[in-house]
Write a protein that binds this ligand. Structure first.
Ligand code: ZN
Length: 449
């Protein structure tokens, strides 16, 4: 019997009209539950003058107020340790996790019940199965297994599928490469940056990844998983196919995944989420093909209702018909395209780190890089890309730097981004989310010239 390409054949191919009806039904239930169990939501809905009875179809979602991370964090601070978002107390929860804390503030604390963990792993199964992972795969997790939720759900998802799970929480990079090789892992889960780091280590150790056992990489945690040049680099280094996924601690799992057809984007798991795209400034919805901020409503997590949560992620939604895999789930073209808050304002020009990465990764001579911003003469914003040169490319560097500088200036609105050489090994390396922007300007985001 041939295996279905879909994890959930019924919902993944549901006609759009039926899918929207299902979403409407589940939205109503989610709002009812949030209203009844979360003091945070009850107050928010009451203030907005809206209640469960106002939700009759998916279109009614716009009547509901947005939830923001700031409001959540403030509430957590005034109602420690978990805040009033949590619909269950710790006696009902079986696990505690946090966001990764890259923003520097206290991370969000989340609780989950046993039912929630079943759902969290189920979402990952959509992604793994959808990219061709099967029970006979050996799945390696280059992940620290700490309080950051990260790949925890993916671990349980692949266990559920019957794969052999290879954890590596306490290992350094060299030991991880060795284990992948020794045990013949067929799938590796990592952030895009760390997948590259593992590849570099393998090179130094003389381990041939291209000829090795790994056939698929499941990437998550950074926008780079959908940047074509970055992804190509990972795929070349490993001799394997790489698929992007994206999730967030606030929902506990992934809400989008790349199918085997790889349409240049990720399918949204629309039977479990409603994903709206809005103009981050006005809050108004934007249409297909227009970049905006994704707003997520999740149906699956009982301990933590999430209704119209402003993710700050930038996305561009296109209809499902752009992919020929047969799924009726719409697609985020280019995955997560960056963060609303990542945007750098340099001399009045908007600069997205992702756009710079997309160009830099076209240059195999660049090993690691950093985007550096500083203030010249106390007034003028300057921006440079510091590059470590890959071994074997040293002789060509001057010419490469000139070409790269021209490319950057041409593509980033003539801003005059400098390219500088950094000492080998001097730039930070990352296991989780890469932080490649170093902003030392006196006034960050200043628009003065
Ligand atoms: Zn598809």
């Amino acid at each position: 019997m041939s295996v279905s390409p879909y994890w959930n054949p019924k919902t993944e191919t549901l006609p759009r009209e039926e899918l929207r009806a299902l979403q409407g039904h589940r939205l109503r239930k989610a709002v009812e539950r949030a209203y009844a169990t979360s003091a945070f939501h009850k107050r928010m809905f009451d203030e907005a003058g809206v209640g469960p009875d106002d939700i009759r179809s998916v279109d009614d979602i716009v009547k509901l107020p947005f939830t923001t991370r700031d409001a959540w964090m403030d509430n957590q601070a005034t109602h420690p340790p978990f805040g009033e978002m949590c619909a269950v107390g710790s006696p009902d929860a079986i696990r505690y996790h946090t966001t990764s804390g890259t923003s520097g503030r206290t991370p969000l604390r989340v609780l989950d019940t046993r039912t929630d963990w079943k759902w969290v792993s189920e979402m990952w199964c959509y992604g793994f199965h959808g990219f061709g992972v099967r029970p006979d795969d050996k799945v390696f997790f280059a992940f620290s297994y700490g309080t950051f939720i990260g790949f925890w759900g993916a671990h349980y998802g692949t266990e559920k599928m019957g794969c052999l799970v290879l954890p590596s929480g306490n290992m350094n990079t060299a030991n991880r490469v060795q284990l992948i090789d020794d045990l013949g892992a067929t799938v590796v889960c990592a952030t895009p940056t760390y997948a590259l780091r593992l590849g570099q280590e393998a090179d130094q150790m003389g381990i041939d990844l291209q000829g090795g056992s790994v056939k698929r990489l499941i990437l998550s945690g950074e926008p780079a998983g959908s940047i074509p040049a970055s992804k190509r680099l990972v795929e070349e280094q490993w001799g394997a196919k790489a698929a992007d996924t994206a999730g967030m601690t606030e929902i506990g799992t992934i809400m989008m995944f790349e199918c085997e057809q790889q349409p240049g984007g990720t399918h949204i798991i629309e039977d479990h989420f409603i994903e709206e795209v809005i103009n981050p400034e006005t809050g108004e919805p934007v249409g297909y093909g227009e970049q905006g901020e994704r707003v997520v409503t999740s149906f699956g997590r009982t301990a933590l209702p999430l209704i119209r949560y402003r993710s700050r992620d930038l996305v561009l939604k296109v209809p499902h018909t752009g992919c020929d895999c047969g799924r009726t789930f719409d697609v985020y073209k280019g995955g997560i395209r960056g963060r609303v808050d990542d945007m750098l304002l340099v001399r009045g020009t908007n600069v997205y780190p992702r756009a710079i990465e997309a160009i830099v990764r076209e240059y195999p001579a660049v090993d690691e890089f950093q985007i550096y911003l500083w203030t010249r003469d106390g007034i003028r914003d300057e921006i440079a890309v510091r590059c470590e040169v890959r071994e074997g490319f040293e002789d060509q560097w001057n010419a490469v730097a000139q070409r790269l500088q021209g490319d950057l200036s041409h593509n980033i609105e003539g801003l005059g981004i400098k390219v500088e050489r950094a000492e080998a090994g001097s730039l930070p390396r990352f296991e989780l989310k890469a932080k490649r922007v170093l902003d030392e300007r006196v006034v960050k985001g200043s628009s003065h010239v």
